[in-house]
Design a protein around this ligand. Structure first.
Ligand SMILES: [Zn+2]
Ligand SMILES: [Zn+2]
Length: 313
């Protein structure tokens, strides 16, 4: 082969490699990772509720339950790369990990303000958190490590139902769900480049959720198995247990939600109790479509097809 031709071939193969790399770096797929699929119960099997959604080069975190920061670190997701934190509601199991996320994320690389969107009360809660940690913030920012001052700034916003974030092909919509008496409580829909995922947050059967979930590729829904829950909790009395059950969605009800919303894939997360065994069987009474019971670190790649990966086993 003459040297000119060899050079051309090499140039073409480099170009193909560059295009392949660029395509993989800017995938049009949505990737969803369940960081924690549990509830307030501090078990090792399921960390607190938190979901990572990756769209292009944006990384969005929804809720920040116990262990979310450890899961992100475990996945080697740089804290500096996270776009924002979105909260569904202010129940402790969904927010108890924020301190870790806020402070540890700064120590390990965040150089720009932490953005937090959530229901009424979010901005106030975040300003109290900032005050609560003033001692540590002062030491690390002004005295000792001299970490970047902007990295520990909080930009928090109370949101209403509607589009809460938009950037290019990416759109995040908050919608009201029914978790009364915890009001407001939101679910979220993320649309990106023709793909979509809906997150229920905590809710009982919600017509509004079904409305906002129309046409979604993946619907991730909370669930409670009343019988298993009653048997599993020795501390609450029967009245307290019934209240908890009434705030959530049974598998039969979730099946009705899935049957109406018709996602390409339905997924359970925020599973009560954490060791519920019969979720699929109960759901099959009202829904016959694709269904997965979520587990921590399960990821769902949403592209032309939908792929589920379980990494804990
Ligand atoms: Zn809740
Ligand atoms: Zn919850």
């Amino acid at each position: 082969m003459n040297p000119g031709k060899a050079l051309w071939l090499r140039a073409i193969s480099l170009l193909i490699a560059a295009i392949t790399f660029a395509a993989s770096a800017y995938s049009q797929n949505l990737k969803v990772t369940l960081l924690g699929t549990g509830t307030p119960r501090p078990v090792m099997e399921r960390f607190g509720p938190s979901i990572l959604v990756e769209a292009g080069n944006e990384k969005l975190v929804f809720d920040c339950g116990r262990g979310a920061t450890q899961r992100l670190f475990q996945l080697k997701v740089p804290f500096a790369s996270l776009t924002a934190l979105f909260l569904t509601h202010l129940h402790s199991d969904h927010i108890v990990g924020i301190s870790d996320f806020y402070l540890t994320g700064w120590i390990f690389g965040r150089k720009t303000p932490l953005r937090v969107w959530g229901p009424a009360g979010t901005a106030e809660m975040m300003s109290h958190l900032e005050q609560a940690y003033q001692f540590d913030i002062h030491i690390r920012r002004d005295v000792d490590e001299k970490l970047p001052a902007q990295g520990i700034v909080i930009v928090a916003k109370d949101i209403e139902q509607g589009v809460v974030y938009q950037n290019g092909d990416l759109k995040v919509t908050a919608f009201a769900v029914d978790h009364a008496p915890i009001k407001p409580a939101f679910g979220y829909r993320v649309d990106y480049a023709g793909h979509s995922v809906v997150l229920s947050g905590d809710t009982r059967y919600s017509e509004n959720l079904i409305h906002f979930a129309q046409g979604a590729d993946v619907l991730i829904h909370e669930v409670i198995d009343p019988e298993a829950y009653r048997a599993s909790d020795p501390l609450y009395n029967d009245v307290q247990k019934q209240r908890v059950i009434d705030h959530h969605t049974t598998p039969e009800q979730a099946g009705m939600v899935f049957s109406h919303a018709k996602p390409k894939l339905a997924v359970y997360s925020h599973i009560v109790p954490f060791n519920a065994q019969d979720l699929v069987a109960h759901t099959r009474k009202t829904y016959s479509g694709p269904l997965e019971v979520g587990e921590d670190l399960m990821s769902i790649e949403i592209g032309d097809k939908i792929e589920v990966h379980r990494t804990l086993k």
